[in-house]
Design a protein around this ligand. Structure first.
Ligand SMILES: [Zn+2]
Ligand SMILES: [Zn+2]
Length: 254
């Protein structure tokens, strides 16, 4: 279980960072306490207090048992590289893994049941990033880190990048119209990920996270130069916190 004081502190810091950004450079005019903000707040505290612990435990378990694989030479080769190259390797490996894991969670019926929760948000801002079913969260964190763990990349590089990736996820969901200008084909931005949440186009474009290179490479890059108007899913699903957690576990209603 996470610590409530740490969670409140994390919330206060993130709120203080994103509030001015979303007020000064808003992508859409919307209230801070917008519709379903309370739901996303519950997802925030749920993730900090309940779900992050099991995810980290699963990753540590994999890391501790990976020696059983016959990859000694490859792992020794990775371990011999300079730290900057290891960091670059972690970024690339994680981004390739997350791209395909994310794409699959839109086409595989079972995975979509859980990933759909993330797409029910009809307004996006930094806290909407936390709207993730715990199983979707576990699946994503495992798949994105698995190749780097198996290949023996050092834990400091993995942990550091995981923290960065968490903050990056908040940034690309935020209600902010910042774009990286000439670097837009190398670095992701809120506009790209907002299109991934668009009610019709979403789910078919912009699966990448930190860099849109994989989207460019596999033809899923989409940037019409403006923010989308409508977000969410067309399927009739309940939006409250408990239903969002329980509904994916129940059989579909006919
Ligand atoms: Zn998202
Ligand atoms: Zn998605």
């Amino acid at each position: 279980m996470g610590d409530l004081t740490d969670s409140l502190l994390a919330f206060a810091i993130l709120f203080a960072v994103f509030l001015p950004l979303e007020r000064l450079l808003p992508a859409h005019r919307q209230k801070v306490i917008r519709k379903e903000w309370g739901t996303d707040l519950l997802f925030f505290f749920g993730q900090y207090l309940l779900w992050t612990g099991p995810v980290v435990a699963a990753l540590v378990f994999v890391q501790q048992h990976v020696d059983m694989l016959p990859l000694g030479d490859l792992r020794a080769f990775v371990a011999a590289q300079p730290f900057w190259l290891q960091v670059l390797g972690v970024i690339l490996l994680c981004d390739v893994s997350i791209y395909w894991a994310h794409r699959w969670s839109h086409t595989n019926k079972f995975l979509w049941r859980f990933h759909r929760v993330h797409h029910t948000a009809e307004r996006l801002d930094w806290i909407a990033a936390y709207r993730e079913h715990p199983f979707d969260n576990l699946y994503t964190r495992l798949v994105e880190n698995l190749p780097a763990i198996i290949l023996g990349f050092p834990l400091p590089a993995l942990a550091g990048f995981a923290v960065f990736r968490g903050l990056w996820a908040l940034y690309i969901h935020s209600n902010v119209r910042l774009t990286p200008g000439p670097l837009r084909y190398v670095l992701g931005a809120p506009r790209l990920h907002h299109w991934h949440h668009e009610v019709d186009k979403g789910g078919h474009v912009n699966f990448a996270n930190v860099s849109p290179l994989m989207d460019l490479l596999f033809g899923t890059y989409h940037d019409p130069g403006e923010m989308p108007e409508r977000y969410g899913v067309r399927a009739p699903v309940r939006h409250d916190y408990v239903s969002q957690l329980v509904q994916p576990l129940l059989p579909d209603r006919k």
